[in-house]
Write a protein that binds this ligand. Structure first.
Ligand SMILES: Cc1cc2nc3c(=O)[nH]c(=O)nc-3n(C[C@H](O)[C@H](O)[C@H](O)COP(=O)(O)O)c2cc1C
Length: 338
């Protein structure tokens, strides 16, 4: 049985890839992921803010005290021990590339063009086999329209593609007026090689007694898979990119669904954080058992079988399903059964 898959021009031994998380924060963690059976490692993100803060830190250090005396330029603060996060990141990419055999995908997290762009090239030079570009952006300005936001995202991808020759996947959120159009622009205009569906916005709550915002990070469960499942089914075969699903993959059933709607890979973070790295092999073994029982010879064979690729106009299909689903709901008007 062939469970290999292709993603971003890389051949992976199976389709369950650990996505960025604290599990890849250091070299030991990255080695452990490979030892646990990861077919590739996607590293945690380097954030554009970290690049900016590093520049600010150095310019502050260089200016420090310069206004106080004529000789003050000698009185630099001690910056010897400061290792900027960007340098640490590049070092980790380089160390990890030498330490593991499976492909290494680095991650840059950004919202706008900036100095961080040059780090895309440095990440490639450090040895990354591909780059995941996370456009984690929550628009809050009522005067910025959707078209300008989308153009900005496409421009970012275009500029990153100019910096590197390794493949670039774009991780994005689902909240667009027309996601298929954004996907088409990112692929055909921006040059994205893959899309990672979706970023999960961490939604803070409110403590009504303390008048405080409570950030709290909640790990996912399988019910959250439905959103990326639907959109992957819609995009498969329509946009010339590889597709990765992230959010809600916890079992072989979730992974099978991801393959069936057309994903090249399924990514996993919460399940590994909750139940340990052993889950990689358990899920892959369960996948093989299921495939054997259902006489599948390869994951390629099932890829896209449940997508909307061959449905002429999926929007009619979606409407019909919606109407049918609402109509099929049965309830007890007395409220006794609930
Ligand atoms: C603690 C934590 C840290 C994360 N760090 C990153 C990160 O640095 N970059 C990124 O793109 N995603 C990051 N993610 C998001 C995950 O990669 C993943 O997309 C998300 O958790 C949904 O997948 P899941 O349902 O398997 O958890 C992080 C998630 C968690 C829980």
């Amino acid at each position: 049985m062939d469970i290999t898959t292709n993603y971003l021009g890389l051949t992976l031994k199976h389709p369950l890839v650990p996505s960025p998380s604290p599990l890849s924060y250091n070299l030991d963690g990255i080695r452990r992921l490979e030892d646990a059976g990861a077919p590739a490692v996607v590293m945690f993100s380097l954030f554009e803010e970290e690049v900016q803060n590093t520049s600010l830190h150095f310019s502050h250090a260089l200016d420090y005290g310069s206004a106080s005396t004529a000789e003050a330029s000698n009185f630099f603060p001690d910056i010897v021990d400061f290792v900027p996060p960007v340098d640490r990141y590049l070092q980790l990419v380089s160390d990890a590339r030498s330490a593991i055999d499976v492909p290494l995908i680095a991650s840059l997290n950004c919202t706008a063009l900036g100095q961080w762009l040059e780090y895309a090239a440095l990440i490639e030079a450090a040895g990354a086999n591909a780059l995941e570009l996370n456009l984690y952006d929550l628009p809050t300005d009522p005067y910025t329209d959707g078209i300008s936001l989308e153009s900005r995202y496409v421009e970012i991808v275009e500029e990153v593609k100019k910096q590197v020759s390794i493949p670039v996947a774009v991780k994005l959120h689902p909240f667009f007026t027309s996601l298929p159009n954004v996907a088409h622009q990112l692929a055909n205009q921006g040059g994205a090689d893959g899309l990672v569906l979706f970023n999960r916005f961490y939604q803070p709550d409110i403590d009504i007694d303390a008048f405080e915002v409570t950030p709290g990070l909640r790990l996912s469960d399988s019910s959250e898979l439905r959103l990326p499942l639907r959109w992957t089914a819609i995009l498969y075969g329509k946009v010339p990119v590889d597709l990765a699903i992230t959010t809600g993959i916890h079992t072989h059933v979730d992974l099978l669904k991801a393959m069936m709607v057309g994903a090249n890979i399924g990514m996993v973070a919460s399940e590994l954080l909750k139940h340990g790295l052993g889950r990689i092999n358990e899920i892959v073994e369960d996948l093989k058992i299921w495939m054997e029982a259902h006489e599948y010879e390869s994951v390629q064979q099932m890829r896209g079988s449940m997508s909307y690729q061959h449905i002429g106009d999926p929007s009619h299909f979606v409407r019909a399903n919606y109407i049918q689903t609402l109509g099929s709901f049965r309830f007890d008007p007395t409220g006794q059964d609930f």
